[in-house]
Ligand binder design. Sequence first.
Ligand code: UDP
Length: 245
Amino acid sequence: MIRILGVRVDEITMEQAVAAVERFIAAFRHHEAASEQRPAQIVTINPEGIWLARGDAAFAEAIERAALVTPDGNGVLWAARQQGTPLAERVTGIDLTYRLAEQAARQGWSVYLLGAKEGIAKAAAARLTEQYPGLTVAGIENGYFRDREQQVIEQIAAAAPDILLAALGMPFQEKWLFAHAAELNCGVAIGIGGSFDVISGQVRRAPALLQKLRLEWLWRLLADPKRWRRYLVIPRFMRAVKKQR
Ligand code: UDP
């Protein structure tokens, strides 16, 4: 584990993350009878998240107590290099989602899709089952449920999914999963931000070339200029990392 601006990031590759999920699910299935088992929470942390966690105690606690904190975003890799503790690769929420869906179809793990606007999670589930035949979808629910939160929690618990994919946006998803961990009755819970919007085809992910050039952020900004405020933290994040050296 390393720390970037005091925030935990695990030294883990995509393959190691998938292997860890396999262990978490084996433990979940083993202990399922004995309830009160908290899901293994996975946080995929980007520079914006690191910055937010410094001023948000509940978010910081969810990160500290998570089972896994993966480096999401080139900014995290950059910061790790700057401080002389380089990380192997990015493990983003969306890439992890695809890899886990693939493994889930292969190993018979069930997935629950929670989040995004009405109909989007359903469309994402359809895309995933098309791409990974045999994938078991334990349930689908949109991410706007504040007025029927308890019902949604009970619905997830009754479905007892091996993996809960929560695309509710950061840092709400991390705090929500942490706060309700004891009630959710799932093996692994992971916050994946806007991933259902991309998987469903609603939003196009940056072409591979732009990803390679580390310009994915620019693509997202151009696609949704309202996001510009979020990028203000990047120069601040970079200055803080440099100052720390
Ligand atoms: N969202 C949701 N419930 C909410 C607020 C947001 O399900 O109460 C969804 C929203 O529809 C979108 C995702 O959460 O699909 C947030 O996407 P964004 O790209 O902003 O996530 P981030 O990368 O910031 O985590």
